[in-house]
Design a protein around this ligand. Sequence first.
Ligand SMILES: *Cc1c(COP(=O)(O)O)cnc(C)c1O
Length: 234
Amino acid sequence: MMNNIAGNYSRIQERIMNAAHRCGRQPEEITLVAVSKTHGPDLIQEALSGGVRVFGENRVQEILQKFDPPPGPDVELHMIGHLQSNKVKDAVRLCSWIQSVDSEKLLKKISSRAESLGKTMDICIEMNTSGQESKFGLRTTEELFALLETAAGLPGIRLRGLMTIGPLLSEGEAPVRRAFASLRNDFEESARRFQLPHWDSLSMGMSNDFEIAVEEGSTMVRVGSAIFGSREYR
Ligand SMILES: *Cc1c(COP(=O)(O)O)cnc(C)c1O
């Protein structure tokens, strides 16, 4: 892929728009999070020039290197990777969203940290819909409901919705669709069962499967390599 971030970004936006129209949705309902993990400040600068304002990162260490101080006044940073307790402080300070919450302990820690900074964090609960891909995320609806139960009344957070990483597309499209549909189902069940005034976000879909995710109701796609090019994995 050509390393033209602005061009890649607008092509992804166009594909989101087309996918939305195909299934009778409004493209404005869908936020594109540009996942810049592993890429340096030069590419982030290029993305900013290309109009990107919402970035996703998965490691606090990298966030400290690249987003402290924030590269622009209106930049919104989403933590999308597993968050260790001892990194909560910096994550809360530099991010506006944490999409990867999968325990009561973490949720409480985020809330109290945010409260002491006078911030309210936007939160997604991470669900593991793929079985074995990742060891993170809640695995059952019961676990989700238990967590939502304990989350009621925490002052420093706004519960926005659910996040998942789908199964690999190489396993076929059907399991990917099933995973996304199950996340949507959990999302809707939660809304029926709990008092969740800000519950509006279904974060699913990455470079290889975001169009499927849009068809299954995603309101937030997290796209990395299709915007920034391939990563060097560590
Ligand atoms: C890396 C990552 C992405 C983006 O993946 P691509 O396949 O490069 O689009 C999305 N979500 C999470 C949680 C990630 O870690």
